[in-house]
Design a protein around this ligand. Structure first.
Ligand code: NAD
Ligand code: GLY
Length: 373
């Protein structure tokens, strides 16, 4: 990962992956100023065809701005309905058909304008259309700017499970304009902050401290704070991805809190909790498990809980109690299972985590019994 600082209101960070390397542009990038945005976007597009993939909500807010910057090319737009329910094979086929009917060829460039749903789906189409075409991520949620647009995981859901069909396929660039976050609903914004806190726990204890001291600036969505949040989160993610692009080992640390979180999402029914909310509760559970299994200080588990709460995130299931055995079964079906063994990301201390395959089932049950209220 190479960090390059540009103008003070924008920064660029390089994800170092050899010939698949790409820049992440972060800051006030001028999405509302066509000339400025065109200057950034156009050099990244090699050919004369572009297809923008977005959804109805984001199109109403930002599509015109992006189209104004794209210049004299063939530009086609595919607009999805809003929601996780559309991240499926039917949408994948519909977009592919749309591209073929509009005669897009192997030199086309797809632009994912949206949150993680649009980004994951568009990325998977890009990975497979004519055996792979360029794509650019313009993430519009905080979660997408700090997590899903970076690192090359693309996927659609199958009725049997989330993200069960996909590919590792890196974008040509990520364009994270902080100004689009002003229209993000508060719950979605907080959900993105859960993944931000995760980077403090898994990689960057100084960032964790900074987050604790910056709660007010984060609530006000100050541009300076957002730029810092996105830059430091992406720096952590880029480092992990550079060292283990296809998750043969260390990349799994990005799933801190996710084994629990995915089980919560699944059991409560997708849509009850936002992904980031389930991850927040899951991180508290992972911290408690770490206290018992890995010597993680109880005081740090408390600090994590306090920070998540201060950022407006749930740290317990509240009235939505789940059963311990149901959680264990749901976790057993998670992708992070190796050879029938439950796999957890555990913390030794803030900023220092590891992947464990040897969690004692009794200790796990104790943590779940305590936390599932
Ligand atoms: P999302 O894409 O559903 O967006 C959340 C909501 O915000 C949607 O209603 C969307 O229309 C709306 N929205 C987006 N940008 C907006 C803006 N600027 N202003 C107003 N509204 C806006 O959800 P998400 O949290 O961005 O992404 C979740 C998805 O990401 C899941 O499918 C998850 O599996 C995936 N994900 C992928 C990775 C990865 O590494 N590829 C990592 C984490 C999550
Ligand atoms: N969000 C987990 C990963 O990118 O690996």
């Amino acid at each position: 990962m190479t960090a390059g600082v540009g103008e003070s209101n924008r920064q660029t960070l390089q994800v170092d992956l050899g010939e698949r390397s790409y820049p992440i542009h972060i800051g006030n990038l001028g999405i509302s100023q066509p000339a400025k945005f065109a200057e950034l976007l156009n050099p990244m597009i090699a050919g004369q065809q572009v297809a923008v993939i977005t959804n109805e909500t984001i199109a109403a807010l930002y599509l015109d701005k992006v189209l104004n910057a794209l210049g004299q090319r063939q530009v086609d737009v595919y607009q999805l309905q809003d929601g996780e329910a559309y991240k499926n094979l039917a949408s994948f086929e519909a977009i592919t058909t749309f591209l073929l009917e509009a005669r897009h060829n192997r030199t086309t460039c797809l632009i994912a304008l949206g949150g993680g749903v649009v980004g994951d789906l568009c990325g998977f189409v890009a990975a497979t259309f004519q055996r792979g075409v360029d794509f650019i991520q313009i993430p519009t949620t905080l979660l997408a700017q700090v997590d899903s647009s970076v690192g090359g995981k693309t996927a659609v859901n199958h009725p049997a499970g989330k993200n069960m069909i996909g590919a590792f396929y890196q974008p040509k660039a990520v364009v994270a304009d902080t100004t689009v976050l002003t229209t993000l609903p508060p719950r979605e914004y907080a959900a993105g902050l859960a993944e931000v806190v995760k980077y403090g726990v898994i990689d960057d204890v100084d960032f964790f401290h900074w987050l604790e001291e910056s709660v007010a600036a984060l609530h006000s969505r100050s541009e300076e704070a957002l730029q810092q949040v996105i830059f430091r989160s992406c720096a952590s993610k880029a480092k992990v991805v550079r060292d283990d692009e296809r998750e043969s080992g260390r990349r799994a640390i990005l799933n801190f809190g996710h084994t629990f979180g995915h089980a919560i999402e699944k059991l409560a029914g997708y849509g009850e909790w936002l992904h980031g909310e389930a991850v927040a509760i899951g991180m508290v559970m992972a911290a408690e498990l770490s206290v018992r299994h890995s010597g993680f200080p109880q005081s740090d588990a408390q600090r994590l809980r306090a920070l998540l709460k201060a950022l407006g995130l749930p740290v317990t299931l509240g009235g939505h109690r789940l059963e311990t055995e149901a959680m264990i079964e749901a976790m057993g079906l998670d992708k992070k299972v190796n050879d029938g063994q439950l796999r957890f990301v555990l913390a030794r201390q803030l900023g220092d985590v590891y992947v464990s395959d040897d969690v004692n089932a009794q200790v796990l049950r104790e943590v779940l019994d305590m936390q599932l209220w």
